[in-house]
Design a protein around this ligand. Structure first.
Ligand code: PMP
Length: 424
């Protein structure tokens, strides 16, 4: 049996159609930002009257808010299977988490990253002047990904620090990457590995110990918790020994003037080291609430329902010969409910605009902040696309960008059926 969709906000929002009348909005863009779970919203609303400063007050509400913030950290640590040597740092987003990790890399770290990554996991590393980044070519099978990484790692100086960055599920193709195997390859060659779990954590349990990765990064807003927080969780050592990502109150344990007139700072060695400033307690609590809600609903049941939706999308799109699904690993690849495609004879931006205007369906068009990957998949050169944007092409011209449809725990069958009717 397949469970019902979980209650999410926005299911009763009605939007106007150009053809007249209105329909309930079909949110099929979970991969960009998922709607809030009703449970997350209720938890946040119940806490809101008790909101107070975290780590910065003696009053009752301040104590309560501090407890909520630190308990949220513990809930998330448990959800991710963190051990004693690991920390959960609250950030703004996956992008922020990966930039934080880039900032704590030891001097002269070699970074290995596939060109197929989202810009958030592709670009932070070169911001450090001392890192050397090796960009690995797009593999066409999961095994090729492992072989490509093995070969690149084998050619490096085995004594210096090295980091592999890999995505768990592609935000373009929805395909799963062989994270365990890549982690094993990284560790066999003395490298560490960070998992960009932005698109994985809403669909599958992500356990640091089971996957044997060193860090995991993800965003609340893709995990049904859209309150401006993200997470970087994993090994404490590099986090503890590097300079703070942000300098300021909360990150410093002791600040004193030196006799020469300067200032000495003792920084915290806990996650607080990288969390200077008043924390986003609602964002942290919302993520913890979402982790609990998904765990209680049961990832197995949720995955069974999602696989049913995936089959519905695949079979429906297969009936339209003009639709070309974008894929690196081919039809049999394990996947989550994220699909990108182009339609022969259509400009993708016009197609996506028509889905919205004529059917009340929200999808994403463009290059999905993964320009090298989309370029490889389309076999074309996007022209001046702008960051994450959609290059203009005249109607009828070959697509320079694509359309992405994505589903999640709140998606009813009817939204998928409406989408398939519209495409047909
Ligand atoms: N990585 C992947 C795989 C993503 O899909 C996204 C969001 N599209 C990000 C990183 C960046 O997430 P955020 O915009 O929340 O920082």
């Amino acid at each position: 049996s397949v469970c019902a969709p979980l209650p999410v906000l926005g299911r009763d929002v009605r939007v106007p159609l150009v053809t007249g009348g209105e329909v309930d909005y079909a949110a099929l863009d979970y991969a960009a930002s998922a709607p809030a779970l009703q449970r997350v919203w209720d938890d946040v609303a119940a806490y809101a009257p008790y909101y107070g400063s975290v780590h910065r007050g003696a009053g009752y509400l301040s104590q309560l808010s501090t407890d909520l913030f630190e308990n949220s950290r513990r809930t998330i640590a448990e959800f991710l299977g963190c051990g004693d040597e690991e920390q959960v740092v609250f950030t703004r987003s996956t992008t922020d988490s990966l930039n934080l990790l880039a900032s704590v890399l030891p001097q002269d770290t070699r970074v290995f990253v596939f060109e197929t990554e989202h810009h958030a996991s592709l670009l932070p590393w070169e911001q450090r002047a001392d890192t050397t980044v090796t960009y690995l070519n797009a593999p066409r099978t999961p095994q090729q990904a492992v072989d490509t990484l093995e070969k690149a790692l084998a050619e490096r100086d085995p004594y210096g620090p090295a980091l592999v960055c890999v995505t768990g599920a592609s935000n373009v193709t929805g395909e799963l990457w062989p994270v365990r195997e890549l982690a094993a390859a990284a560790h066999a060659h003395g490298a560490r590995i960070v998992l960009d779990a932005a698109q994985l954590v809403p669909h599958q349990p992500v356990n640091i110990a089971e996957l044997d990765v060193d860090w995991v990064a993800f965003s609340g807003h893709k995990l049904y918790a859209p309150f401006g927080a993200g997470v970087l969780a994993g090994r404490a050592d590099w986090l503890q020994s590097a300079a703070p990502y942000l300098a300021g109150g909360g990150a410093s344990r002791k600040v004193s003037r030196r006799t020469d007139g300067g200032v000495d700072v003792e920084w915290h060695t806990t996650a607080a080291r990288h969390e200077a400033g008043s924390p986003n307690v609602i964002g942290a609590y919302a993520i913890a609430s979402a982790c609990q809600a998904l765990t209680e609903a049961g990832f197995e049941d949720l995955a069974a329902r999602e696989q049913a939706l995936i089959t519905r999308v695949r079979e429906g799109l297969a009936e339209v010969p003009e639709v070309n699904l974008l894929s690196l690993f081919g039809e049999d690849a394990a996947r989550v409910g994220v699909f990108s495609f182009v339609v022969e004879g259509w400009n993708s931006s016009h197609f996506a605009a028509a889905l919205s205007a004529e059917y009340g369906i929200g999808v994403r068009d463009g290059l999905f902040c993964a320009h090298p990957l989309v370029r490889t998949l389309l076999g074309s050169e996007p022209q001046d696309p702008g960051e994450c944007g959609a290059p203009e092409a005249a109607p009828g011209e070959r697509s320079l960008n694509a359309i992405r449809v994505s589903v999640g725990v709140g998606t009813p069958d009817e939204h998928v059926d409406r989408f398939l009717r519209a495409v047909k």
